[in-house]
Write a protein that binds this ligand. Structure first.
Ligand SMILES: *Cc1c(COP(=O)(O)O)cnc(C)c1O
Length: 266
C-alpha cells in the first residue's frame, strides 16, 4: 500500500488546489451537496441559498475552467483585480462580478462600470460617490451593507447599532438597490464563537425589516465562507461566499491580501 504524503500547502489549510475542469466540477458538486444537506438540517429549501464562488488570486485560466464548470458569477475582494479580470474575460458575457471587499472612494468609478453587486457598503460617503458614478454610467447596482458582527477592530463594517440609521439614509441613493446585509464571522473553528456572529446579522436583518419602508429591502444575508458556510446556512444565510473549498488554498495568508490588517479589505 502506498502512502500519499500531502503537500505542505494541503497540510496547512486542508484545501488542495483544483487545477483541472474535473477537479473544479467535483469541488462544486461537493459544495452544492453540503449546501443542500445544511438546508435540510435547517428545514429550508435548497434554492433559498445562493453560492457565490470567490475567485480572488485565481488566474484567468482557472477562472475560465470554473466558467466551463458552470460558474456564472464570481466574487472578488479587490476592485483593481476584479476589474482586470472583467476586462480580460469580457467574451464571457453572462459572467457577473461581485465586489465583496472594502471600497475606497477613488475606486467607485470602476465598480460603477463593471460590477453587478457590491457587498461591502459601510459608509455614506461611499454610497454617495458610488451613486453618482452609477448615474454617470446609467447603471444601477445591488448592494449589501457590511456589518461587523464580531466586534473585532480589525474588521470593516458598521457596528450593529449604527445599521438602523444607516439603512434609513440609503433610499436617497436611487442607483443603489439595497438587497441585504453581509458579514465576516469571527475567524475560528469553534462554532460557539462563530454562530453568534451569524445570529447577530440575522437579528439585525429582522429588525431592519420591521423598520419599513427602508427595511423591507433587506432580504438577503450574505454570510459564511469555506470554513463556516454550513453553520451560516443553519443560521439563515441566503448567500455563501466560498473560495478555497472550490479553488484550493491561496498561496499566501489572508493578511497578505488584506494589507491594512483587516479581513475583507480591498
Ligand atoms: C476571500 C473571501 C471569502 C472567501 O473565503 P474562503 O476562505 O476562500 O472561502 C469570503 N468573503 C470575503 C469578503 C472574502 O474576501
Amino acid at each position: 500500500m502506498t502512502v500519499n504524503t500531502p503537500s505542505p500547502e494541503i497540510v496547512k489549510t486542508g484545501y488542495p488546489t483544483a487545477a483541472t475542469l474535473a477537479e473544479l466540477q467535483a469541488n462544486l458538486a461537493d459544495i452544492h451537496m453540503r449546501i443542500a444537506a445544511a438546508c435540510e438540517r435547517a428545514g429550508r429549501a435548497t434554492d433559498t441559498v445562493r453560492l457565490l464562488p470567490v475567485s480572488k488570486t485565481v488566474d484567468e485560466a482557472r477562472i475560465r475552467l470554473a466558467y466551463a464548470a458552470g460558474c456564472r458569477e464570481l466574487g472578488e475582494n479587490k476592485v483593481q483585480e476584479a476589474y482586470g479580470k472583467w476586462e480580460a474575460m469580457s467574451d464571457l458575457q453572462d459572467l457577473k462580478w461581485a465586489v465583496i471587499g472594502h471600497l475606497q472612494t477613488n475606486k467607485a468609478k470602476l465598480v460603477a462600470r463593471f460590477a453587478h453587486e457590491f457587498q461591502a457598503l459601510d459608509s455614506l460617503r461611499v454610497a454617495e460617490i458610488l451613486d453618482r458614478r452609477l448615474q454617470d454610467e446609467g447603471r444601477a447596482l445591488d448592494v449589501f451593507v457590511q456589518v461587523n458582527t464580531s466586534g473585532e477592530a480589525s474588521k470593516f463594517g458598521l457596528a450593529p447599532d449604527q445599521a438602523l440609521d444607516f439603512a434609513r439614509a440609503l433610499p436617497a441613493f436611487s442607483s443603489l438597490r439595497v438587497r441585504g446585509l453581509m458579514t465576516l464571522a469571527l475567524f475560528s473553528s469553534d462554532e460557539r464563537h462563530v454562530r453568534p456572529c451569524f445570529q447577530r446579522l440575522r437579528d439585525l436583518r429582522d429588525r431592519l425589516q420591521q423598520d419599513a419602508p427602508s427595511g423591507e429591502r433587506f432580504q438577503e444575508l450574505s454570510m459564511g465562507m469555506s470554513g463556516d458556510f454550513e453553520w451560516a446556512i443553519e443560521e439563515g444565510a441566503t448567500i455563501v461566499r466560498v473560495g478555497q473549498a472550490i479553488f484550493g488554498a491561496r498561496a499566501l495568508p489572508d493578511s497578505h491580501y488584506w494589507p491594512e490588517g483587516k479581513r475583507g479589505a480591498g
